[in-house]
Design a protein around this ligand. Structure first.
Ligand code: NAD
Length: 243
C-alpha cells in the first residue's frame, strides 16, 4: 500500500520541493546531466565566479532556461500541492529549491523560492531600490543594465550565495506537524539540513514526522522517518488524506 499522511484539522505541513518534482514536466535535474546543467558546467553558469568570467554567457543560459520553462506544464505533483494549499490555506508552507514557475502555474499562491526565480532579475547594486524585475518573456542575449548603470543579474541564488528566506523556512519547520521533502538529492545545503530540525524536535519528545518522496533515497535519508520511493507525480496525488 502506498504512503498516506492523515491530516487532522489544523495540521501544519511544510513541504520542500527539489528539482525532482519538475522532472516529469520535462525540466531536467542536475543528476540527469552528470553534474552538468543542460550541458553546462554548474560553476560556469551558477556561481559568482562564472558570472564574473562571462556574464553574457550566463544570461544566454538563463534566457534559454526561461524560454524552456515557458513550454512545459505542471504535473500531478505540482497540482496535488496546489490542491493541498486550497484545503489547508496558511497551514501549508510550500518552499521550493526550484527556480521554475511550475508551482505557481499549478495554482499555488504562496510559494517561497529559496534559490530564486527564473523569471526574475535584479540590479546587481544592492543599494539600488528598483526591482526585482519580472521579465518572463524577455531573452537577454547580451548583458542587460539597470537604469542606475549597474549590471542586471538573474534573480537566482548561485552556489556560494545565501539562500532566501531560510530563517522563515526554519521557523515553520520548527512549528510543523509534518515535514515533507520531494525530489531533492539531499546534498545542497542549507535546505538538506532542514530535516535535522525535525530530528531534534523528536529528541525533545515532540510528535512531528518527516517523509521523503523521490525516485531514490537521498543522501540525508537516515534523517527522515519515512522514505517513499516513487515518482512525485504518482505519489503526491494520494499522499495527503484529510481526516
Ligand atoms: P538534484 O538534481 O540534485 O536531485 C534531484 C532529485 O530528484 C534526485 O534525488 C532524483 O532521484 C529525484 N528525482 C528525479 N526524478 C524524480 C521524479 N520524477 N520524482 C521524484 N523525484 C525525482 O536536485 P536538487 O537536490 O533539487 O538540487 C539541485 C539544485 O539545482 C537545486 O537547488 C535547484 O535550485 C537547482 N535546479 C533547479 C531546477 C528547476 O528549477 N526545475 C532544475 C535543475 C536544478
Amino acid at each position: 500500500m502506498s504512503k498516506v499522511i492523515p491530516l487532522a484539522r489544523g495540521a501544519k505541513v511544510v513541504v520542500m520541493t527539489g528539482a525532482g518534482i519538475s522532472a516529469e514536466s520535462g525540466i531536467r535535474t542536475f543528476r540527469d546531466g552528470n553534474g552538468l546543467w543542460e550541458e553546462h558546467r554548474v560553476e560556469d553558469v551558477a556561481s559568482p565566479e562564472g558570472w564574473e568570467r562571462d556574464p553574457a554567457l550566463v544570461w544566454r543560459f538563463y534566457s534559454d532556461r526561461r524560454a524552456q520553462a515557458l513550454t512545459v506544464q505542471p504535473n500531478p505533483a505540482h497540482r496535488a500541492l496546489a490542491a493541498l494549499e486550497a484545503h489547508l490555506g496558511d497551514d501549508l508552507y510550500l518552499a521550493t529549491q526550484n527556480v521554475d514557475p511550475l508551482h505557481e502555474a499549478a495554482g499555488s499562491k504562496r510559494v517561497v523560492h529559496v534559490h530564486g526565480e527564473l523569471m526574475k532579475s535584479r540590479c546587481e547594486d544592492e543599494s539600488c531600490t528598483t526591482g526585482p524585475f519580472d521579465d518572463t518573456n524577455l531573452y537577454f542575449g547580451e548583458l542587460p543594465r539597470c537604469r542606475c548603470g549597474a549590471r542586471v543579474r538573474p534573480h537566482i541564488v548561485w552556489f556560494g550565495e545565501v539562500p532566501f528566506e531560510m530563517h522563515a523556512v526554519k521557523r515553520r519547520v520548527q512549528a510543523c506537524d509534518w515535514f515533507v521533502t520531494v525530489g531533492s538529492s539531499g546534498v545542497v545545503y542549507p535546505a538538506a539540513g532542514l530535516v535535522r530540525e525535525v530530528t531534534y524536535r523528536q529528541s525533545m519528545g515532540e510528535a512531528v514526522r518527516s517523509v521523503y518522496v523521490g525516485l531514490e533515497a537521498p543522501a540525508n535519508a537516515d534523517a527522515f522517518n519515512e522514505v517513499v520511493i516513487g515518482k512525485a507525480g504518482e505519489v503526491l496525488p494520494g499522499l495527503f488524506a484529510p481526516v
